[in-house]
Design a protein around this ligand. Structure first.
Ligand SMILES: [Zn+2]
Ligand SMILES: [Zn+2]
Ligand SMILES: [Zn+2]
Length: 140
């Protein structure tokens, strides 16, 4: 008998219950066929979700080229040491460790004019719950 590593049920160690796997002990997988089916299905679902996120991201980039350019400018500035990585500073709003840079404007002129923010404050800014624009500067 052989126990499945996922459901822990014991099955005879045959190809009827476990898929072949050359590298596995006894030439069999450690996961039973029913569990493998569920796992495959879940993997496919995850892949579908990833693919649709990727697509949404690409669509967003197409619709917001200036935002994409501004984001890339920030990544480049970090790469060349002109800007410290966001996670090395703290959030401009709540002092928590920062994880993102927020652009108050994606305009070419302000593409490196960013503030470090934590995830919570960042989503609050985009939800309009936090004021992000320095008042003395013109809005674009
Ligand atoms: Zn199983
Ligand atoms: Zn914060
Ligand atoms: Zn932002």
């Amino acid at each position: 008998m052989k126990a499945c590593r996922v459901c822990s049920d014991e099955f005879p160690a045959t190809h009827q219950y476990f898929h072949k796997h050359k590298a596995g002990r006894g030439g069999l997988r450690t996961i039973c066929i029913p569990c493998k089916k569920i796992e495959n299905k879940r993997d496919r679902q995850i892949e579908t979700i990833r693919a649709s996120r990727r697509k949404a991201r690409q669509k967003f980039d197409r619709l917001h080229p200036e935002q994409r350019r501004a984001g890339r400018a920030v990544s480049r500035a970090i790469l060349f040491g002109r800007l410290i990585p966001a996670h090395e500073s703290s959030c401009a709003y709540c002092e928590a460790p920062a994880e993102h840079y927020h652009h108050w404007s994606y305009h070419e002129m302000y593409k490196l004019d960013v503030v470090p923010v934590c995830v919570v404050c960042h989503s609050a800014i985009h939800a309009g719950e936090l004021e992000d624009r320095p008042k003395q500067l013109p809005m674009f």
